[in-house]
Design a protein around this ligand. Structure first.
Ligand code: LLP
Length: 432
């Protein structure tokens, strides 16, 4: 357990949160390396080692920094990137290009050029114009890339509408319609500029039930068989996406094997039926690697008690460092970190400092009576899509990120300064 309470103070991966706040200032993102690594090691046991021809491609959109890519490199994982910016960051971190897989529904020509130049491992084609674009770029550069097709299996996963991606009405993936899908696959099989390997699906995010994954896989495997029947081509790689749910409040996290084992059994059965060896299996977890490894630390400021209505407790960050409550009504839990063993009985609303009524991080949070300005507030499970989705709304600086491990802490992203925020601003001569 990376969280513990000692002498009334919350510790995270062996670090005293009050000391962290003093040293690095708040608001602050704290990431536990121990927790991140334990997820990768779990996957290594229950997926990579257990099944052999299997890889983890960390979906780096969840938390993308140079240090995170270094951890991935050290742990031997692949990564999934979805933009030129993520690709650039990974390459800057020295991440091996052949272990990078590129997703995205509108990859720009310049992004594909970069990907081809760096020699990345896979491009996951996610649109009907993309193959031609890749072919054109590869022809110009005299290179060839490995590709998969991301398809929309047409299943509805049980999650927030904004993060459900496998249903037919989605901007992601190639539709599986007869007259669209097979001609597209045939083109890729015959192309001299790409090595077509297989299919990719991602049904959604923050899922606790494996049925969407399994339904999607059934559909994908039928198409794999049909591809063999029609073209004599056997898909040698299947990417099963990510989406494995994590604990924010009272959710019960499922072990990875709950999703992986039945999927692998289905793949085995289908490939045995075809008389073919097992394909490579890839998963793309993002949230489940980093969410619970993150904690946000804030200093409490103004407190507004509207008698009989609500008590607002403001912290020095908000929707700029964690947009998820405002965007998805996401729920979080937190504690007053310097009073972590005091009985909680005061029901309050934890709100941010942005000029926006919806800037509320936790509704109805229980904190100790007598909590006051200057106390430290910690919010749990903020490691995924927190820093990654941070903004400069109200020209608030994006907080620093500290990596903690066994009582040691290291800054991995510096606090933005006001100067950083206006760095790219220009004043036209006539306004000077
Ligand atoms: N692979 C693909 C192709 C994806 O689109 C995604 C997430 C993942 C993998 C990783 O899914 P995960 O394991 O993290 O669930 N900003 C939203 C989540 C958006 C997820 C988008 N795609 C949030 O904060 O909930």
């Amino acid at each position: 357990m990376v969280q513990e309470i000692k002498n009334g103070v919350l510790y995270f991966d062996g670090c005293n949160t009050v000391e962290l706040a003093k040293k690095y200032k708040t608001p602050l993102y704290v990431m536990s390396e121990t927790d991140i690594v334990s997820r990768f090691r779990e996957l290594n046991e229950c997926f990579v080692k257990k099944y052999g021809n299997a890889r983890v491609a960390y979906a780096s959109k969840a938390f993308c920094t140079l240090a995170m890519y270094k951890i991935c490199e050290r742990e031997g994982t692949c990564i999934d990137v979805v933009s030129g910016g993520e690709l650039y960051t990974a390459i800057k971190a020295g991440f091996p290009a052949e272990r990078i897989e590129f997703n995205g529904n509108n990859k720009l020509p310049s992004e594909i050029e970069d990907a081809v130049d760096y020699g990345i491992g896979r491009i996951i084609i996610d649109g009907l114009q993309e193959l031609s674009l890749i072919e054109k770029i590869c022809a110009q550069k005299g290179k060839k890339v490995k590709v998969l097709y991301r398809v929309t299996p047409g299943v509805a996963a049980d999650s927030h509408d904004y993060i459900v991606t496998g249903k037919k009405d989605s901007k992601f993936g190639i539709p599986l319609d007869e007259d669209v899908f097979y001609p597209e696959v045939e083109r890729a099989i015959k192309s001299e500029y790409v090595d077509f390997l297989g299919l990719h699906f991602h049904v959604g995010s923050q899922l606790f039930d494996n049925s969407a994954h399994l339904q999607a896989l059934d559909i994908i495997l039928e198409h794999v068989k049909e591809i063999k029947r029609r073209f004599g081509f056997v898909c040698t790689e299947l990417n099963l996406g990510g989406g494995f749910g994590v604990k924010y409040t009272n959710e019960e996290r499922k072990p990875y094997s709950y999703f992986i084992d039945p999927m692998m059994a289905k793949i085995k059965a289908a490939y045995e039926e075809m008389g073919e060896p097992m394909p490579a299996a890839v998963i793309e977890p993002g949230r489940s690697i980093v969410a619970e490894a993150g904690m946000n630390l804030y200093t409490i400021g103004s407190i507004k008690d509207i008698k009989g209505v609500r008590k607002y407790v403001s912290i020095d960050g908000g929707m700029t460092d964690n947009i998820r409550p405002a965007l998805y009504s996401a729920k979080y839990e937190g504690v007053v970190a310097n009073k972590a063993d005091v009985k909680v009985s005061d029901k309050v609303t934890i709100c941010g400092k942005c000029c926006e009524s919806g800037d509320i991080l936790i509704r109805d949070c229980l904190i100790p009576e007598g909590t006051e300005a200057g106390d430290l507030f910690a919010i749990f499970s903020t490691g995924a899509y927190g820093y990654a989705m941070a903004s400069n709304y109200n020209n608030n600086p994006i907080p620093a990120v500290v990596l903690v491990k066994d009582g040691e802490s290291n800054l991995i992203v510096k606090h933005q300064s006001y100067e950083d925020i206006i760095h790219n601003n220009l004043i036209p001569d006539y306004l000077k």
